[in-house]
Design a protein around this ligand. Sequence first.
Ligand code: 13P
Ligand code: SF4
Length: 304
Amino acid sequence: MREKVLQLAKEKNAVILAHYYQTPDIQEIADFKGDSLALAQKATEVDADIILFAGVHFMAETAKILNPNTKVLLPDLEAGCSLAESCPASDFAKFKAKYPDHMVISYINCSAEIKTLSDLICTSGNAVQLVESLPKDQKIIFAPDKNLGRYINEVTGRDMVLWDGTCEVHDILSAEKIMKMKVENPDATLIAHPECPQPVLMLADFVGSTTAMLKYTKNSDAQKFIVATETGILHQMKKDSPEKEFLIVPADETCSCNDCAYMKLNTMEKIYLALKNEQPEIILPDDIMENAKAPIVKMLEMSK
Ligand code: 13P
Ligand code: SF4
């Protein structure tokens, strides 16, 4: 299947972009893999007839918004995101109307409609930097992740108004479980994604985006890490640092992993079928694409 996918991608002049939360086999066939920020940046450089996005819906939408004339395929249209779903556009528009003097910064993990209601998009990789670059008295609404928003407020000393959304994959991670892991592994360094709840972040030795965590584990002298995020990241961490040990914080007592069920809907077979049939394709109304593009482009310019 792997060879068939690569052959088909070549024949169709398709580029495969994959998030680090994809399964290792998919990460290994990608032309480019990265976190949300790197993938959005890469999407501006693509010169292909087709972008096959091995990730979730909002990521493929972002690629489409940045490449309106390119066919963008998502292997499974059901690959959504609990965080994006926690922020319906009609409810958010009412919420926004209560704060007419605030600007809206939205985490890229949101629908294209939410992006049209936003002044600036951010990812976990640049959120702190972008907020810090704004005037101190700038009033801000931050959506949709309240954990990331609270973390940015803490680091920057801001008082952003937060939308009450969470990622079900990160929000479920428990400080109690992590304390137990720390007691059992006193020599381990705890690293956590800022989508985790506050009690988890308070225990962490390092908080950062997917790419920041990868860099940290690569450059750190520590030999053992407790990793509070999605399981897919372990593939690249182990590749970068084969001599180090990585312990994922499991979602619950019954499993040994912490998978995003949406990310894991993509399979090699679905990628093959998507390339073969050139379906399912991301289609967005022109006005949504146009209005959603401005805050994304602003983010990309501010992140250079
Ligand atoms: P980053 O890729 O920005 O680290 O975000 C993680 C995530 O939850 C992607 O859906
Ligand atoms: Fe959405 Fe969370 Fe899955 Fe990322 S890990 S795609 S934020 S549900």
